[in-house]
Ligand binder design. Structure first.
Ligand SMILES: Nc1ncnc2c1ncn2[C@@H]1O[C@H](COP(=O)(O)OP(=O)(O)O)[C@@H](O)[C@H]1O
Ligand SMILES: [Mg+2]
Length: 624
């Protein structure tokens, strides 16, 4: 066995250090720059170099000017010495001007580079989250944590963009400047220069480490931060205001928020206590080192070992080394840099594993049948929701799925739309496993309206057109879909017709009633049919309506979609009798299957609940 304390050569050690640095978050961050904006990156490099050289040149010009003054005072401005003073003065003035302009240009350039990086990161986040066709990862708290880490926790704009621009505008110039200006001190005495650099290095490293730790600790508490954000949303949101007021919860919420904050501040203080003390100690060491060097310089100047001009240069040079400090911007840098590993994890999490080539479906599929073959399913590590469920849906027929709340109806439909994959068993389309089918193609074949369908605060045209993006500009297709859904006249009567935003907050916006929204959703599904959808699913978008209204909508829907494969979902047993086949779902399994007449004749669960519900319905109708 190799001894663990093998001595490595200095070269190998340096290489190892470089390799570790290469993976440091801040370096990963910096690599985003050329990826996001190559032109700006080149400008940043040039500006950084200029900004580092100008202060050093200014120091030299100052020294030359001061150094030539005694001779000029003696011989007059017209002399050769006077000429040297004037030239040095001219250089000095020019350099001072550059020293003013340079940093401003750098800040402006770095800010726009930062926002490019930020937007690039956002694109990568969106791409990563949308890569899987399934939505299971979106419900995972681990994803939410990574997401809040990437977006800088909402603590201001502390994403990787801030890190990059902070790094470029503050830290890199500062280090370069002190390195180049400080190098002038080597001409005086290399031990003095080394002493100052070493003391400063220890000081800065100490503070920086505490900030890295701090950022890491906060990033490890994203759950707490998200909860605090949620409380704030509750307290301030318009959507929550109604119940928050009626329940009188504002006092309680204020206490909660205050407690969360106090807890966090206390944690922060505990965390930073030693770092603060360490920082002070570092500052004392750095000051003592400065005292030694300044003292030596003053002594040498007094004894005439160095000239007045040289003294000015060396003093300014020593000061420049001490200028390599840390500002608040560095704090933002540590946060922002810490966000990047989160982005990487997010991308790794959603990266597609090795996958067999995807199957392309024929344009008329499903043309034979959709089959659930011994399908079981559980959300995450939860209890099974579907249990060994087998069901065949012949293509071109209508099927109703009925069952009490929580029976697993929506889950079944979500599996069919491939928002989740079965835990066991398979769903097949004309004999092909759904998992092997190109998800984009399958998405084009399915139109589903869920109970909580999206009401886009966009134009009526978008709301319907989103059903079939390929036909979004086809006016006749839009009108046909809206007409069939019974909402065309309502759309035409809106203040700006099809272009009216369906949200009151917008200029010329309109609010629709619940029933009108349902028709819009229906039109959207019919638009999908225009664009090639072959399987239509209605998952209780009508749950807020009364029984009769739901029955009417379902019947109309069956009329409109005759010949297509249609699935109607309801927790009411009395609204789907017109479906060709009805399947009763209980605890995630099919317990009855047949036509209305067959199931009534069977006299089971369906018959019982149908009788009960239609009886109640009749009584309600008869009541005055
Ligand atoms: N995203 C989810 N994560 C975890 N559990 C869920 C999720 N969605 C639904 N469930 C659970 O699955 C069960 C079946 O829900 P669902 O399929 O919506 O029933 P139904 O549509 O028949 O009312 C319920 O117990 C519900 O709490
Ligand atoms: Mg449901």
């Amino acid at each position: 066995m190799e001894p663990s304390n093998v001595r490595r050569g200095p070269f190998a050690a340096a290489l190892g250090w470089l390799r570790r640095r290469r993976d440091a978050p801040i370096i990963q961050c910096a690599r985003l720059l050329p990826e996001a904006c190559p032109g700006l990156t080149a400008a940043l490099v040039a500006l950084n170099l200029a900004n580092a050289v100008v202060p050093a040149a200014t120091i030299v010009a100052t020294g030359l000017m001061v150094g030539s003054l005694p001779a000029t005072a003696h011989a007059g401005l017209g002399s050769a010495a006077g000429h040297r003073t004037l030239v040095a003065l001219g250089f000095w003035a020019g350099l001072m001007m550059l020293g003013e302009i340079g940093p401003r240009l750098l800040t402006a350039t770095a800010t726009s580079a930062g926002s490019r990086v930020e937007s690039r990161v956002q694109q990568r986040v969106i791409a990563a989250l949308n890569r899987p066709w399934s939505i299971a990862h979106l419900e995972d708290p681990a994803t939410a944590d990574l997401l809040s880490q990437v977006s800088g926790l909402g603590v201001g704009a502390l994403g990787p963009g801030a890190a990059v621009s902070g790094r470029v505008t503050t830290r890199i110039p500062m280090i370069l400047r002190s390195a180049i200006s400080g190098a002038l001190l080597f001409a005086y005495s290399w031990p003095a220069a080394l002493l100052l650099f070493a003391a400063q290095f220890v000081f800065v490293r100490q503070i920086r480490r505490s900030w890295v730790e701090d950022a890491r600790s906060i990033l490890g508490k994203t759950d707490t931060v998200r909860r605090a954000d949620y409380y704030r949303e509750l307290a301030l949101g318009a959507a929550t205001a109604k119940e928050m007021r009626v329940l009188g919860l504002h006092g309680w919420l204020g206490d909660r928020l205050a407690r969360e904050w106090k807890g966090r501040l206390f944690q922060d203080w505990k965390l930073r206590r030693w770092d603060t003390i360490g920082g002070v100690a570092g500052a004392v060491v750095a000051s003592l080192a400065g005292l030694v060097v300044y003292g030596a310089l003053a002594g040498d100047a007094a004894r005439g070992v160095i000239t007045l001009g040289a003294l000015v240069i060396y003093l300014r040079s020593a000061q420049a080394i001490a200028g390599w400090g840390l500002s608040n911007a560095d704090y933002a840098i540590e946060y922002g840099a810490a966000a990047l590993p989160a982005l990487r994890k997010l991308e790794a999490m959603t990266a597609a594993g090795p996958q067999a080539a995807l199957r392309i479906l024929p344009a008329d599929a499903p043309s034979r049948e959709i089959r659930f073959e011994n399908v079981s399913f559980a959300y995450g590590a939860g209890a099974p929701i579907l249990r060994d469920l087998s069901l065949s849906v012949p293509a071109g027929s209508s099927l109703a799925i009925v069952g009490l709340n929580g029976a697993g109806k929506t889950t079944l439909v979500k599996l069919l739309a491939r928002l989740y994959d079965p835990t066991c068993g398979a769903i097949t389309i004309d004999g092909v496993d759904l998992r092997e089918i190109d998800p984009d193609i399958w998405r084009g074949r399915v139109a589903a309206i869920f109970q909580d369908f999206l009401r886009f605060g966009l134009s009526a045209r978008d709301n319907v057109g989103f059903g079939g993006l390929s036909l979004a500009d086809d006016e006749t297709a839009l009108a046909r879909a809206a007409e069939k859904a019974g909402v065309l006249d309502r759309i035409r009567a809106l203040p700006k017709g099809w272009h009216t935003p369906l949200m009151r907050q917008f200029t010329d916006g309109a609010d629709l009633s619940g029933g009108e929204w349902q028709r819009i959703a229906l039109a959207r599904a019919l638009m999908a049919v225009e664009a090639g959808a072959r399987l239509l699913i209605l998952d209780e978008p009508t749950a807020a309506l009364d029984v009769r209204a739901e029955a009417e909508i379902y019947e109309r829907f069956l009329e409109l979609t005759r010949g297509l494969t249609t699935i109607l979902v309801s927790h009411r047993f009395s609204t789907v009798r017109r479906a060709e086949r009805i399947c009763v779902l209980e605890h995630g399994a099919v317990v009855e299957l047949g036509s209305h007449a067959e199931l009534m004749a069977l006299g089971g669960k369906y018959a019982e609940l149908f009788m009960l519900q239609s009886q109640r319905f009749a009584e309600a109708e008869a009541a005055p």
